[in-house]
Ligand binder design. Sequence first.
Ligand code: AMP
Ligand code: MG
Length: 425
Amino acid sequence: MNDRPQSLRALSRADDYDPDSMPVARARELIGRFLTPVSAAECVHIRAALERVLSEDLVSPLDVPAHDNSAMDGYAVRFADLEADGEATLRVAGSAFAGAPFKGQEVAAGQCVRIMTGAVIPAGADTIVMQEHVQVRGDLVVIGPGHRRGQNLRRAGEDLKTGQVVLKRGQLMRPAEIGLVASLGIPEVMVFRRLRVAFFSTGDELRSIGSRLEEGQIYDSNRYTIHGMLARTGCEVIDMGVVRDDPQLLEKAFREAAAAADVVITSGGVSVGEADFVKDLLGRLGEVVFWKIAMKPGRPLAYGRIGDAHFFGLPGNPVSVMVTFYQFVRDALFALMGRDPVPALPTFKVPCTTNLKKAPGRTEFQRGILTQDGQGNWSVRVTGEQGSGILRSMSEANCFIILPEAQGNLPAGTLVDVQVMEGVV
Ligand code: AMP
Ligand code: MG
């Protein structure tokens, strides 16, 4: 929307602005105001364009297909030679294959041409009769009634026309788009530069995999879930490892990350206790738009800027990290990468077969398992324990059950909103 981010001061004058308890939809809207896509672009070979985003409209330099051609194996005929009620007998004047057109001048009256799928329609012919609908007698074919002028023909330009915008700026290049570009004979496309995202975990208790745990220590799993989620978005990932809860080390890490990347993501250190320190630090290095969201899990989620970089301070709890990533970070990254429109995770309603515990006041993202019964009907059930430290709930789940802020407990059988979390970008 705007080139320069709106200032925090302007935001804070709004009546409903509460950086310590931001409703989910409002938080999304606020983040959205700060997202200006990268502008630099590069030219890449179409093979390398997979998962990249087009930075300009792509216009077709030619008609696809280039010629009228046959959609069937059969005979190219003049429709006027066929009989409305009886049989017509035509002489086979030659053949036309894909890549090897009919050699004669044209199909004359009383003649036809043996033609294969994809072959150019010979001059004079206007209709294709499927081979299953003719009787062959030497070099004659006998064709019954019931045909339509122009049947079984693929017209020049029916797929794409010269000058037509085939793909728009902001389009993600998937295998279909790459094939489409290849069908136009175009070897290279302009794509936005990759978004650079730096991330680190914070916490004195964290140890890296491969080292031994002492009492009270845990392995740093967020590093791996965040890396995995980032890698799937197609951005360039800068993994800065673990930073201890030490003011000087954290300041150094924040500065380095912001200098190297478009987006800085941290996990841990934004909940009660550690937050004040991080708040002070970010107050000096940039500005923070909000600290807490009215959601569960994931309440302590900070969003702001450090220098020119966007900052997402994710919670420490492993489930909260994933939920906040899917609910806020993913869409923001896609917008910054230039994707237009930003694809939403598919959300739909299904009955929930289990009771749901829910206190009003916060939007909840419970972990659910969507399944289909023998009749093809979908339903969802909750994964069980919903603690924000139970990463197994994310592994078992294939969707979020989204329960709105005002919602209380729900009995089994209620229709709920589910959001599919994997496999769709
Ligand atoms: P924090 O937000 O730093 O207070 O962390 C909240 C909880 O998440 C604590 O139990 C932390 O030990 C845990 N936690 C923080 N960072 C990580 C991490 N990188 N991997 C796994 N657990 C973490
Ligand atoms: Mg911590």
